[in-house]
Design a protein around this ligand. Structure first.
Ligand SMILES: *Cc1c(COP(=O)(O)O)cnc(C)c1O
Length: 246
């Protein structure tokens, strides 16, 4: 990456991102308006989220519950918050309280708890099922084989609105290598939709490294961290080295 990655403003990065989203959409005959940008703000402070909200970016992605809680305390009830991390049973109550979307559900027990807490709070949670398409042992997510039964079970739970699938592709310097992961998620979605009759309009796939390929393969939601925000700290609470993504 060139020097501008370190010095550019969020506004400049956003313009570059929007240009690339439009280009990838045009290339694949899609409308860029059909692609929702989730800004992944892990490692950044609440002031960055305020800046994004002022710029009209309302979808905020966080992967740690406590970190999100501290930021939301400062920001208040603004934005649409997506939980994109691994669910932990002892934090599910707080997770269901803080977030509007849970984009990483891969377990029926977790979903049952989310449903119960959502009922208690009188709120409806939007749900994506995370699928481990690549089969990497380091990745969370249900297997493609079990995804349909999980979608059906979630669909039957009160106060959960299942909307689609999510995947994290393996990290690769060559996004073409991960194209099959995205096309397989799309095909799996099509199959589950037609067999179960549950509408699954959302495909959350593509990050800074691979969002263009993901859009070409049908992503309707992309989760972008460092391409939009620059290098991040491991935690926004800790000072020290930033991750540089070279
Ligand atoms: C961190 C993270 C992202 C964004 O990563 P970048 O490579 O910085 O764009 C997207 N999705 C998930 C699940 C993440 O944890």
């Amino acid at each position: 990456m060139n020097f501008s990655f370190y010095s550019a403003s969020i506004q400049e990065r956003l313009e570059k991102l929007q240009y690339k989203i439009e280009k990838a959409s045009r290339k694949s005959g899609r409308n860029p308006k059909d692609i929702t940008l989730v800004a992944v703000t892990k490692g950044f402070g609440p002031e960055v989220i305020e800046t994004l909200l002022q710029m009209g970016i309302v979808h905020i992605g966080e992967n740690r519950v406590q970190e999100a809680r501290l930021k939301k305390e400062q920001i208040g009830e603004k934005g649409i918050w997506h939980f994109i991390g691994h669910l932990q049973k002892n934090k599910i109550k707080l997770t269901s309280h803080l977030f509007d979307w849970i984009d990483s559900v891969d377990d029926l027990e977790d979903a049952t708890l989310l449903s119960r807490f959502a009922q208690n709070m009188g709120k409806t949670l939007k749900i994506l099922v995370q699928v481990n398409v690549s089969g990497e042992s380091t990745k969370f997510g249900t297997t493609p084989d079990l995804a349909e039964s999980l979608c059906l079970a979630i669909n039957a739970l009160p106060r959960l609105e299942i909307l689609g699938l999510m995947t994290i592709a393996p990290a690769s310097p060559d996004p073409e290598k991960v194209r099959p992961v995205f096309s397989r998620l799309r095909m799996l979605r099509d199959k589950i939709e037609s067999q179960s009759g549950i509408p699954l309009p959302v495909l959350s796939m593509g990050m800074s490294q691979d969002f263009e390929v993901a859009i070409e393969e049908g992503a309707t939601m992309i989760r972008i961290g460092h391409f939009l925000l620059g290098p991040r700290k491991e935690s926004f609470l800790k000072s020290g080295e930033t991750k540089t993504f070279l």
